[in-house]
Design a protein around this ligand. Structure first.
Ligand code: KIV
Ligand code: NA
Length: 264
Protein backbone atom coordinates (compact mmCIF):
# COMPACT_ATOMS: atom_id res chain seq x y z
CA UNK A 1 0.00 0.00 0.00
CA UNK A 2 1.22 3.52 -0.74
CA UNK A 3 1.14 6.16 2.04
CA UNK A 4 -1.45 8.12 0.06
CA UNK A 5 -4.61 6.14 -0.70
CA UNK A 6 -8.03 7.01 -2.08
CA UNK A 7 -9.11 7.43 1.56
CA UNK A 8 -6.46 10.14 1.96
CA UNK A 9 -7.73 11.99 -1.12
CA UNK A 10 -11.34 11.72 0.07
CA UNK A 11 -10.33 13.20 3.45
CA UNK A 12 -8.49 16.03 1.72
CA UNK A 13 -11.60 16.81 -0.33
CA UNK A 14 -13.75 16.87 2.81
CA UNK A 15 -11.31 19.11 4.68
CA UNK A 16 -10.88 21.44 1.70
CA UNK A 17 -7.10 20.87 1.46
CA UNK A 18 -5.94 20.84 -2.16
CA UNK A 19 -3.73 18.03 -3.42
CA UNK A 20 -1.01 18.02 -6.08
CA UNK A 21 -0.66 15.58 -8.98
CA UNK A 22 1.96 15.33 -11.74
CA UNK A 23 2.61 13.02 -14.65
CA UNK A 24 5.52 10.64 -14.02
CA UNK A 25 7.10 8.24 -16.45
CA UNK A 26 10.28 6.94 -14.84
CA UNK A 27 11.78 5.95 -11.50
CA UNK A 28 14.03 8.94 -10.87
CA UNK A 29 11.42 11.64 -11.45
CA UNK A 30 8.81 9.57 -9.60
CA UNK A 31 11.21 9.47 -6.64
CA UNK A 32 11.81 13.24 -6.74
CA UNK A 33 8.13 14.14 -7.22
CA UNK A 34 6.79 11.88 -4.48
CA UNK A 35 9.59 12.99 -2.13
CA UNK A 36 8.53 16.60 -2.83
CA UNK A 37 5.03 15.83 -1.55
CA UNK A 38 3.17 15.22 -4.81
CA UNK A 39 0.23 13.08 -3.70
CA UNK A 40 -0.65 11.38 -7.00
CA UNK A 41 1.61 10.31 -9.87
CA UNK A 42 -0.05 9.73 -13.23
CA UNK A 43 1.58 7.57 -15.84
CA UNK A 44 -0.20 9.48 -18.60
CA UNK A 45 -0.46 8.29 -22.17
CA UNK A 46 0.89 11.80 -22.83
CA UNK A 47 4.15 9.82 -22.82
CA UNK A 48 3.35 9.13 -26.48
CA UNK A 49 3.92 12.83 -27.10
CA UNK A 50 6.52 13.95 -24.53
CA UNK A 51 8.69 10.80 -24.50
CA UNK A 52 8.02 9.07 -27.82
CA UNK A 53 7.63 12.14 -30.03
CA UNK A 54 4.27 11.29 -31.58
CA UNK A 55 1.86 14.15 -32.27
CA UNK A 56 -1.05 12.40 -30.51
CA UNK A 57 -1.51 9.79 -27.75
CA UNK A 58 -3.03 7.23 -30.14
CA UNK A 59 0.12 5.13 -30.81
CA UNK A 60 0.64 4.31 -27.10
CA UNK A 61 0.21 0.61 -26.27
CA UNK A 62 -0.62 -1.29 -23.10
CA UNK A 63 2.99 -2.60 -23.17
CA UNK A 64 4.28 1.00 -23.14
CA UNK A 65 2.03 1.83 -20.19
CA UNK A 66 3.15 -1.29 -18.28
CA UNK A 67 6.84 -0.47 -18.84
CA UNK A 68 6.52 3.07 -17.50
CA UNK A 69 4.21 2.03 -14.65
CA UNK A 70 6.81 -0.49 -13.45
CA UNK A 71 9.52 2.18 -13.54
CA UNK A 72 7.41 4.71 -11.62
CA UNK A 73 6.48 2.07 -9.04
CA UNK A 74 10.18 1.43 -8.32
CA UNK A 75 10.93 5.11 -7.70
CA UNK A 76 7.72 6.04 -5.89
CA UNK A 77 7.95 7.18 -2.27
CA UNK A 78 4.38 6.73 -1.05
CA UNK A 79 2.29 8.54 -3.67
CA UNK A 80 -0.85 7.07 -5.22
CA UNK A 81 -0.04 5.70 -8.68
CA UNK A 82 -2.55 6.08 -11.51
CA UNK A 83 -2.04 4.71 -15.04
CA UNK A 84 -3.87 5.59 -18.22
CA UNK A 85 -5.79 2.99 -20.19
CA UNK A 86 -4.46 3.74 -23.69
CA UNK A 87 -6.36 4.23 -26.95
CA UNK A 88 -9.08 1.63 -27.74
CA UNK A 89 -8.65 -0.38 -24.55
CA UNK A 90 -12.19 0.53 -23.44
CA UNK A 91 -13.79 -0.43 -26.76
CA UNK A 92 -14.97 -3.69 -25.22
CA UNK A 93 -15.36 -4.74 -21.61
CA UNK A 94 -13.00 -7.65 -22.14
CA UNK A 95 -10.22 -5.40 -23.45
CA UNK A 96 -10.73 -2.97 -20.57
CA UNK A 97 -10.49 -5.77 -18.01
CA UNK A 98 -7.36 -7.21 -19.63
CA UNK A 99 -5.53 -3.88 -19.95
CA UNK A 100 -6.51 -2.81 -16.41
CA UNK A 101 -5.30 -6.11 -14.95
CA UNK A 102 -1.93 -5.59 -16.61
CA UNK A 103 -1.59 -2.01 -15.36
CA UNK A 104 -2.57 -2.97 -11.80
CA UNK A 105 -0.10 -5.87 -11.84
CA UNK A 106 2.59 -3.47 -13.09
CA UNK A 107 2.06 -1.26 -10.02
CA UNK A 108 -0.90 1.05 -10.62
CA UNK A 109 -3.31 1.69 -7.74
CA UNK A 110 -5.95 3.32 -9.97
CA UNK A 111 -6.59 3.25 -13.72
CA UNK A 112 -7.81 6.26 -15.68
CA UNK A 113 -10.03 6.03 -18.74
CA UNK A 114 -11.19 8.67 -21.18
CA UNK A 115 -14.87 8.76 -21.76
CA UNK A 116 -18.26 9.74 -20.66
CA UNK A 117 -21.55 8.22 -19.58
CA UNK A 118 -21.27 5.30 -21.99
CA UNK A 119 -18.42 3.89 -19.88
CA UNK A 120 -20.58 3.53 -16.75
CA UNK A 121 -20.80 -0.26 -17.07
CA UNK A 122 -17.03 -0.63 -17.61
CA UNK A 123 -16.37 1.49 -14.52
CA UNK A 124 -18.78 -0.53 -12.46
CA UNK A 125 -17.33 -3.92 -13.51
CA UNK A 126 -13.73 -2.78 -12.95
CA UNK A 127 -14.61 -1.43 -9.52
CA UNK A 128 -16.39 -4.63 -8.52
CA UNK A 129 -13.21 -6.51 -9.49
CA UNK A 130 -11.04 -4.39 -7.20
CA UNK A 131 -9.79 -1.85 -9.73
CA UNK A 132 -10.55 1.77 -8.79
CA UNK A 133 -11.25 4.01 -11.78
CA UNK A 134 -10.68 7.70 -12.51
CA UNK A 135 -13.00 8.97 -15.24
CA UNK A 136 -11.35 11.59 -17.49
CA UNK A 137 -13.90 14.09 -18.85
CA UNK A 138 -13.77 17.32 -20.87
CA UNK A 139 -10.91 17.42 -23.36
CA UNK A 140 -10.13 13.77 -24.08
CA UNK A 141 -7.01 13.60 -26.28
CA UNK A 142 -7.66 10.04 -27.51
CA UNK A 143 -10.70 11.47 -29.37
CA UNK A 144 -8.79 14.27 -31.09
CA UNK A 145 -9.72 12.95 -34.53
CA UNK A 146 -13.41 13.11 -33.62
CA UNK A 147 -13.32 16.51 -31.90
CA UNK A 148 -11.05 18.09 -34.53
CA UNK A 149 -8.41 19.48 -32.18
CA UNK A 150 -7.35 20.17 -28.59
CA UNK A 151 -10.07 22.63 -27.57
CA UNK A 152 -11.69 23.81 -24.34
CA UNK A 153 -14.82 21.72 -23.68
CA UNK A 154 -18.12 22.67 -22.03
CA UNK A 155 -18.28 26.31 -23.03
CA UNK A 156 -21.82 25.91 -24.44
CA UNK A 157 -24.64 25.40 -21.99
CA UNK A 158 -25.90 22.10 -23.46
CA UNK A 159 -22.41 20.59 -23.42
CA UNK A 160 -21.85 21.89 -19.87
CA UNK A 161 -25.09 20.23 -18.65
CA UNK A 162 -24.04 17.00 -20.37
CA UNK A 163 -20.62 17.05 -18.64
CA UNK A 164 -22.25 17.59 -15.24
CA UNK A 165 -24.74 14.76 -15.88
CA UNK A 166 -21.87 12.44 -16.97
CA UNK A 167 -19.88 13.27 -13.83
CA UNK A 168 -22.83 12.39 -11.61
CA UNK A 169 -23.61 9.20 -13.57
CA UNK A 170 -19.98 8.02 -13.38
CA UNK A 171 -19.83 8.65 -9.64
CA UNK A 172 -22.97 6.52 -9.31
CA UNK A 173 -21.35 3.83 -11.48
CA UNK A 174 -18.55 3.64 -8.92
CA UNK A 175 -15.81 5.96 -10.23
CA UNK A 176 -13.32 6.71 -7.45
CA UNK A 177 -11.97 9.94 -8.98
CA UNK A 178 -12.82 12.36 -11.77
CA UNK A 179 -10.34 14.26 -13.91
CA UNK A 180 -11.50 17.36 -15.79
CA UNK A 181 -9.28 18.60 -18.61
CA UNK A 182 -9.69 22.05 -20.17
CA UNK A 183 -13.14 23.08 -19.03
CA UNK A 184 -14.28 26.52 -17.85
CA UNK A 185 -13.52 27.15 -14.16
CA UNK A 186 -17.15 27.81 -13.27
CA UNK A 187 -18.24 24.43 -14.67
CA UNK A 188 -15.36 22.61 -12.92
CA UNK A 189 -16.38 24.27 -9.64
CA UNK A 190 -20.01 23.20 -10.11
CA UNK A 191 -19.02 19.58 -10.90
CA UNK A 192 -16.64 19.49 -7.90
CA UNK A 193 -19.50 20.60 -5.60
CA UNK A 194 -21.97 18.17 -7.17
CA UNK A 195 -20.03 14.93 -6.59
CA UNK A 196 -18.64 13.51 -3.37
CA UNK A 197 -15.56 11.90 -5.00
CA UNK A 198 -12.33 13.91 -5.40
CA UNK A 199 -12.08 15.87 -8.66
CA UNK A 200 -8.67 16.61 -10.26
CA UNK A 201 -8.37 19.47 -12.73
CA UNK A 202 -5.92 20.36 -15.50
CA UNK A 203 -6.85 23.61 -17.18
CA UNK A 204 -10.03 23.56 -15.06
CA UNK A 205 -9.45 26.47 -12.69
CA UNK A 206 -8.72 26.69 -8.96
CA UNK A 207 -11.81 25.03 -7.47
CA UNK A 208 -11.21 21.33 -8.18
CA UNK A 209 -9.96 19.26 -5.23
CA UNK A 210 -6.63 18.42 -6.87
CA UNK A 211 -4.45 19.89 -9.61
CA UNK A 212 -2.58 18.03 -12.36
CA UNK A 213 0.13 19.11 -14.78
CA UNK A 214 2.33 17.30 -17.27
CA UNK A 215 5.80 17.30 -15.68
CA UNK A 216 7.65 18.60 -18.73
CA UNK A 217 5.21 21.52 -19.04
CA UNK A 218 5.66 22.66 -15.42
CA UNK A 219 9.44 22.48 -15.85
CA UNK A 220 9.07 24.82 -18.84
CA UNK A 221 10.22 22.20 -21.35
CA UNK A 222 8.69 22.00 -24.82
CA UNK A 223 9.98 21.61 -28.36
CA UNK A 224 8.25 24.83 -29.46
CA UNK A 225 9.22 26.95 -26.46
CA UNK A 226 5.53 27.72 -25.93
CA UNK A 227 3.38 26.50 -23.05
CA UNK A 228 -0.41 26.12 -22.98
CA UNK A 229 -2.40 28.87 -21.25
CA UNK A 230 -3.20 26.73 -18.20
CA UNK A 231 0.44 25.81 -17.51
CA UNK A 232 2.85 27.59 -15.18
CA UNK A 233 6.60 27.10 -15.47
CA UNK A 234 7.79 26.46 -11.89
CA UNK A 235 11.55 26.59 -12.68
CA UNK A 236 12.17 30.37 -12.61
CA UNK A 237 13.52 31.32 -9.18
CA UNK A 238 14.28 27.70 -8.24
CA UNK A 239 17.83 26.30 -8.00
CA UNK A 240 16.92 22.82 -9.25
CA UNK A 241 14.14 20.49 -10.39
CA UNK A 242 13.31 19.04 -6.92
CA UNK A 243 12.76 22.62 -5.70
CA UNK A 244 10.41 23.28 -8.64
CA UNK A 245 8.36 20.19 -7.62
CA UNK A 246 8.20 21.52 -4.03
CA UNK A 247 7.19 24.98 -5.30
CA UNK A 248 4.38 23.39 -7.32
CA UNK A 249 3.07 21.46 -4.30
CA UNK A 250 3.25 24.62 -2.15
CA UNK A 251 1.44 26.74 -4.78
CA UNK A 252 -1.35 24.15 -5.10
CA UNK A 253 -1.76 23.84 -1.31
CA UNK A 254 -1.81 27.64 -0.91
CA UNK A 255 -4.39 28.05 -3.68
CA UNK A 256 -1.88 30.19 -5.63
CA UNK A 257 -1.94 27.88 -8.63
CA UNK A 258 -3.86 28.03 -10.87
CA UNK A 259 -4.27 31.81 -10.93
CA UNK A 260 -6.73 33.81 -13.05
CA UNK A 261 -4.33 33.90 -16.03
CA UNK A 262 -4.36 30.07 -16.21
CA UNK A 263 -8.16 29.72 -16.32
CA UNK A 264 -10.70 29.31 -19.11
O1 KIV B 1 -1.84 11.63 -20.35
C1 KIV B 1 -1.83 12.56 -19.53
O2 KIV B 1 -0.79 13.13 -19.17
C2 KIV B 1 -3.12 12.98 -18.98
C3 KIV B 1 -3.14 14.25 -18.20
C4 KIV B 1 -2.92 15.43 -19.08
C5 KIV B 1 -4.38 14.40 -17.42
O3 KIV B 1 -4.10 12.32 -19.18
NA1 NA C 1 -3.87 10.73 -20.77
Amino acid sequence: MPDITLTTLNKLKQSGEKFACLTAYDALFAHLQSSAGVELLLIGDSLGMVLQGHDTTLPVTVEDMEYHTRAVKRGNQGALIMSDLPFMTCATLERALDASTRLMQAGAHVVKLEGAGWLAETISVLTRNGIPVCAHLGLTPQSVNVTGGYKVQGREETQARELLADAIALEQAGAALLLLECVPSSLAAEITRSVSIPVIGIGAGPDTDGQMLVMHDMLGLSTTGRLARFVRNFMPGQPDIPSAFKAYVAAVKAGEFPAAEHEF
